[in-house]
Design a protein around this ligand. Structure first.
Ligand code: NAP
Length: 260
């Protein structure tokens, strides 16, 4: 049995992860942590309840997980990972908002401790395929803009998926400035964020889960690649796959595509 501890267990994603782990034949939900967990419980096996810990290190010591799944906050995740890796435990991380320096630090710490860390900005299979297709299209359509649409409780912008999409496209496309060479924004931010000449636009509205469009333009035509999650269940097969495949690896794995 793979012992899984979920950090951020009372959040939107954490709640779904706990339910899904308990439904797996080869996994055991060994513990749950949330900063808001004092005096709280979650539904547990056979109609029981499991107390929520507020102290990650204490929960790791008491429940000895093989892997910690983290869906918390961009401003908390690095501290969480320093603790998890420091205690010699593997991690599967869905929390977004990492910088390049953060990822380098995670890899170094994980290599030193001999544990595996999966950081996946998007666990949905549709998103992984969208990025692959976008890279293929970018070879023929170098003019591209990304529009990502999330619920209005999201803390970071642009989304981790949009950044990953732009990074992957940049690997197959020569950097170029798009739009009119003399274009000027009469309102700051009107043209969106810039990644090597590609523009990224972030919508934040109630009702969205985490959609993204990659829009390519060429003479007389456009091409759109769209991923539209309907609910958070779409992330669960990827998270479960991550929990299984991270065991026995060493260092950082960035992106679910590396494990598929
Ligand atoms: P959420 O509903 O706000 O859940 C996060 C939970 O973690 C909250 O209960 C939060 O408490 C708690 N928390 C905050 N800091 C903590 C800490 N230091 N230790 C333990 N718990 C802590 O957010 P969500 O929608 O589940 O999303 C969580 C993260 O996953 C975000 O970064 C989001 O962008 C990302 N995400 C990734 C994917 C993917 O496929 N990779 C998919 C969806 C979402 P408070 O409410 O007090 O902050």
């Amino acid at each position: 049995m793979i012992r899984v501890l979920v950090n951020g267990a009372l959040g939107r994603m954490g709640t779904e992860v706990c339910k899904t782990v308990m439904a797996q034949k080869d996994m055991d939900l060994s513990g749950v942590v949330d900063i808001n967990g004092a005096d709280k419980t979650i539904p547990y096996y056979d109609g029981g309840v499991l107390g929520v810990d507020t102290d990650l290190e204490n929960a790791i010591t008491c429940t000895r997980p093989d892997v910690v799944v983290d869906f918390t906050r961009p401003d908390a995740v690095m501290d969480n990972l320093r603790k998890i890796i420091g205690m010699g435990v593997n991690a599967v991380v869905g929390t977004t908002g990492f910088t390049k320096e953060n990822l380098e630090e995670i890899d170094k710490l994980a290599q030193e401790k001999g544990v595996g860390v999966l950081v996946a900005p998007n666990f949905a299979l549709g998103a992984v395929v969208m990025i692959k297709l976008a890279c293929e299209a970018a070879k023929y359509f170098p003019n591209v803009e990304i529009i990502e649409k999330h619920h209005d409780n999201k803390l970071d912008a642009p989304s981790g998926t949009a950044v990953l999409t732009a990074q992957k496209i940049a690997e197959v496309r020569t950097a170029m400035k798009q739009g009119h060479p003399d274009e000027k924004e009469t309102m700051p931010g009107a043209r969106g964020a810039d990644f090597e000449g590609m523009k990224i636009h972030s919508l934040r509205l109630p009702g969205y889960v985490a959609s993204q469009e990659v829009v390519f333009g060429s003479q007389g035509e456009t091409l759109k690649i769209i991923n539209d999650p309907i609910n958070r269940e779409c992330y669960m097969p990827g998270v479960m796959l991550g929990c299984r495949k991270i065991l026995g690896t060493k260092g950082l794995i960035y992106g679910l595509d590396k494990l598929l």
